[in-house]
Design a protein around this ligand. Structure first.
Ligand code: GAP
Length: 464
């Protein structure tokens, strides 16, 4: 994981927030490659869960909501962690993480008794800072969908089962953030609230667990690094009847898992990417109680009126980005394939490259921040540069394409490998005559010679 973190900082995927002021701890900014990767991830999720379906509608609710929302949802009363403070060094700890409840793990000082600590960030709306104006930064995007349930019924007239999908920021004043972007106080969620008949809740719960698990696999996470973990009864959130986490085997972290004999054991590495919960009718009943509006669904065929149950797949954008980065990171020895192509071998382990190991991010093509790089073999030959720039302009219309001429070709390849660029198009002296370019594949490092007039078509075939 240290290598991935170092790559993220070195190549502009993720930076420490407010770095020039010493940084705001556990807060991160996504740089040029990071934002592309994150946007690609979100758009893959949106395509799979909204565009590819007929029964899920997208929404984008405000972060600031009426304070009654959080009373109705139970967050004001129940959304807390137990914490203890050290009387000597004043550090604060999550009680669940403490082995010795009395002794500070940092300085050995005495700890206070554990007390509840609400995780919601508070602020005030308007210029007057009093209790009447207290509002919260949302700790989950979910409530924005529940409070719009009636608007959707009125405008889209959907039949059950149907869902709402949303991607957006959430905020939690975590006591122990850490592990890079894994646990932060500001993060992004991708959530679906899927409304079903109560009799079908178990069926759709199982369906969404599979659906969401397979989404991670389809986008390239290795099967051996992914697992499903059903929650034990005492782990369930106050609103949930059942919940299964999709966990990734990060090279850090702890997770509670049931061992064969039913005892809980700590296993390192496995940590939550997404939780799929059966929230029952809790949220709709609560919003009816607090708002006075009728949240029941009327089935005009059976004439039945009832509160739908809600199945909620709730994933973290930042955690997923981190998992996809970790999973795609490879260090490989580059072996000469002299029997294949001597010139190509020289570029891979000769021109501008000192060692024979390459770092490569083998990100799925839908996620790769850059699809194509155009590289002139000789930057001091104006005709080559001119042709390369012309190709760049053409390709940019169809693919995220970059240009680089700041090093020898071997080094340029390595740079593109490190950020996961799928194809490198090299323009050389020969290109001026035969109107062909070399295309190098990131994963195989094999090279193809392709006519410039067929280049776009060639890439489109590869990048479907
Ligand atoms: N609406 C249900 C809900 O919010 P959750 O398990 O608390 O459920 C869902 O959060 C997902 O949001 C988690 O699986 C995780 O990926 C992400 N998440 C939660 N807290 C986070 C944090 N402090 N930092 C980064 N991601 C977080």
């Amino acid at each position: 994981m240290e290598k991935v973190v170092s790559l993220c900082k070195r190549r502009g995927f993720i930076f420490q927030s407010s770095d020039i002021y010493g940084g705001l701890s556990n807060t991160w900014d996504y740089g040029p490659f990071g934002v592309e990767l994150k946007n690609n991830l979100k758009s893959s999720w949106w395509k799979a869960n909204v565009y590819a379906r007929e029964d899920v509608f997208g929404i984008d609710a405000a972060i600031l909501m009426h304070p009654k929302v959080w009373q109705a949802s139970g967050h004001v009363k129940n959304f807390f962690d137990l914490k203890s403070d050290c009387k000597s060094c004043k550090k604060r700890f999550k009680s669940a993480d403490l082995k010795d409840k009395d002794k500070c793990p940092e300085c050995g000082g005495q700890l206070t008794e554990s007390r509840p600590f609400n995780l919601m960030f508070e602020t005030h709306q308007g210029p007057v800072e009093d209790a009447a104006n207290l509002i919260y930064l949302r700790p989950e995007t979910a409530q924005g969908m529940f409070v719009n349930f009636l608007n959707i019924l009125d405008t889209k007239h959907p039949k059950l089962p149907f869902g709402l999908a949303q991607i957006g920021k959430a905020f939690r004043n975590e006591i122990t953030p850490g592990n890079f972007t894994f646990r932060t106080r500001e993060f992004e969620q991708m959530e679906i609230e899927y409304f079903v008949h109560p009799d079908e809740a178990d069926k759709f719960f199982a369906y969404w667990v599979e659906e969401r698990f397979n989404w991670y696999l389809k986008l390239g996470l290795k099967k051996e690094n992914l697992r499903k973990r059903p929650h034990t009864k005492d782990e369930l959130a106050h609103y949930a009847k059942s919940c299964t986490d999709i966990e990734y085997n990060f090279a850090f972290g702890t997770s509670t898992a049931l061992s064969a004999d039913g005892e809980r054991s700590r296993t390192t590495g496995w940590s939550e990417l997404e939780g799929i919960a059966n929230r029952t009718n809790f949220d709709l009943e609560q919003h009816e109680k607090f708002s006075g509006k009728d949240f029941k669904y009327f089935n005009d065929t059976t004439k039945e009126k009832f509160y739908p149950y809600i199945i909620e797949p709730s994933g973290g954008v930042d955690r997923s980005v981190l998992a996809f980065l970790a999973d795609a990171y490879f260090e490989e020895k580059v072996h000469p394939r002299t029997n294949l192509n001597k010139a190509a071998d020289k570029q891979e382990i000769g021109a501008g490259v000192k060692d024979d190991t390459r770092v490569v991010l083998k990100l799925h093509q839908d996620l790769a921040p850059t699809k194509v790089a155009v590289l002139p073999l000789l930057k001091n030959r104006p005709q080559i540069v001119e042709l390369a720039k012309r190709i760049l302009g053409d390709l940019k219309k169809s693919f995220v394409t970059v240009y680089d001429d700041t090093a020898a070709i071997g080094k340029l390849y390595r740079r593109q490998d490190e950020v996961g660029t799928l194809y490198c198009v090299t323009v050389d002296v020969q290109s001026l005559e035969d109107k062909q370019v070399t295309i190098r594949d990131r994963d195989t490092m094999l090279q193809d010679r392709v006519g410039i007039d067929r280049l776009k078509e060639y890439l489109l075939e590869k990048l479907v």
